[in-house]
Structures are given as structure tokens and as C-alpha cells.
Design a protein around this ligand. Structure first.
Ligand SMILES: [Cu+2]
Length: 144
């Protein structure tokens, strides 16, 4: 029985490693993506409404207001916004901050609450998750 498991385990790793490389599935999966990109107004931008990144951001809890706008600068209501906060650390893996995102009252706006637990540069990345709009924006904050 033990021998059987030892043989099966490496085999299953092999199948996992091989499956993404299959060319047939790649061809099929690119077709819908091309169609989606042909839709008009698919590119959006995420703007930071507050806080002003030039001002001093104190260590601790921080609230950001982010706004998604289309190519004409008009706010767009998107399905959701993914926000991550991380601090690159020398000789260590990045420090991640937990971010809680909630839709704000105004269309296209989101409230993102995080905790800057250390002084220094924090990078915040906001990604739009929506079937029509795509946007990925990075902001950096100097936390004092
Ligand atoms: Cu740190």
C-alpha cells in the first residue's frame, strides 16, 4: 500500500505541471478574451480621492476613498474593487496590510480601510473586478 502511494504522488504532480502547457486549451481560452477587449470603454482608471499622498500619513489605521472613472473621466459603477497594501522590506518578504473595501454612496466610489503598521513606503494597488471595465492602479504612501 505504501509503495502505491509513493508511485501515485509523483504522477499527480506531473499531471498538474503539464496541464497548463497544453496548447489546445490555450487556443480556446484566448478567443473570449479578445472579444471582451473589443468592447468599447473597457479601460477605466482608479483615482485616489483621499488622502492626498503628499500630506503626512500617520502610522495606524488609514481610510482611503477611491473612485473608478471611465475614459471620459465619468464615474462608473463597477462590480467590485480589489485593494492590497504592502510594504517592500529589505531582505524579507513583503509586509502585507489587511484592506477592507466597501462601496461608498457615490457611484464608482469605494472606501478602503487599512492599517499601516510601520513607518516607510507603502504601496497600495487597486484593481477593478468587473466584466466590462479593467483598471489596475498603484499608489504609494509615505507613512510617518
Ligand atoms: Cu515593514
Amino acid at each position: 500500500m505504501k509503495k502505491l502511494i509513493l508511485i501515485l504522488l509523483p504522477l499527480s504532480f506531473l499531471t498538474l505541471a503539464c496541464s497548463p502547457a497544453q496548447s489546445d486549451t490555450n487556443v480556446i481560452s484566448t478567443a473570449p478574451t479578445e472579444k471582451a477587449q473589443n468592447k468599447q470603454d473597457s479601460t477605466a482608471t482608479v483615482n485616489l480621492v483621499s488622502p492626498d499622498p503628499q500630506t503626512e500619513i500617520p502610522m495606524g489605521e488609514a481610510q482611503m476613498i477611491l473612485e473608478v472613472v471611465d475614459s471620459n473621466g465619468e464615474p462608473v459603477k463597477v462590480e467590485s474593487l480589489d485593494v492590497s497594501a504592502m510594504m517592500p522590506m529589505d531582505g524579507m518578504s513583503d509586509m502585507m496590510g489587511k484592506v477592507e473595501v466597501t462601496p461608498a454612496e457615490e457611484p464608482g466610489r469605494f472606501k478602503a480601510t487599512t492599517y499601516f503598521g510601520m513607518q516607510g513606503t507603502w504601496n497600495v494597488v487597486a484593481s477593478v473586478k468587473d466584466p466590462q471595465y479593467q483598471a489596475n492602479q498603484e499608489f504609494s504612501f509615505e507613512v510617518k
